[in-house]
Design a protein around this ligand. Sequence first.
Ligand code: PAF
Length: 287
Amino acid sequence: MSAEVIGSIATLREALARIRRAGGRVGLVPTMGALHAGHARLIEQAVRETDCAVVSIFVNPIQFNDPRDYGQYPRTLVEDAALCGRLGAPIVFAPAGEEMYPRPQQSFVEVQGVTEFLCGQFRPGHFRGVATVVLKLFQIVQPDVAYFGEKDAQQLAVIRRMVSDLNVPLRIVEVATVREHDGLALSSRNRLLSGEERRLAPALYQVLRQAQDRIAAGACDAAAVRREAVAALDERRIRVEYLEIVDPESMQPLERIDAPVRVAAAIWLGVTRLIDNLLCTPPAFEP
Ligand code: PAF
């Protein structure tokens, strides 16, 4: 059975108030739709751990800095609601733009520091849009737990910081990246790749794995690991937007690798931008 699709904030609040009155715990999986197996993993966990898993589907205009990217973002609400139903999530919250932004937004959430590098450097305003819409969703749904994917590691760090700084009363759960058989991280953008681009795309994961192996073997000069990884992508003629070795919490670039780090990258294949990252642990930290 398909999940119930609710577009109105008032109707959603009434439905969730009934759940809470009965002592139920609410889980939220915020998405922009075009759901794939990566989202399914988040939804399954929310269904297992809470009494009512709400999946929000909203392609948030204020987090896109390129109108073409916003325009071409895939929208598949009917299939998405059917998948949520099959996975056991009873409610899809899919508001129209006017429901979320009935008048021009004048209040925004700006998380500093953690947004400075990586995607934050190349997509001005992106994390301001993400943090703002996520806080709005938290206010609307008031979940006990919210689920986010490790693939968007910087987004997750931004949301964790916002929740901590603004005392938002909920728990954030990180869910591991789901990959294709060849290592490509699942993403709604993968469906925009041509055949040739799809063939090249797993190189991103391969290069991150090589960096992970180098770090596990004791490489501690971040610049050297980075140089090697960028060269491996250059060799395949893949356009690298960034590839950085950062502290997993602050997302600040590091010079020395003497604790677990995140190696994060964004590449372009044609007009499609792909991101991925791996947590890498130096030998002294292996369990
Ligand atoms: O990761 C996403 O799909 C979006 O950035 C999110 C968290 C749903 C906010 O629009």
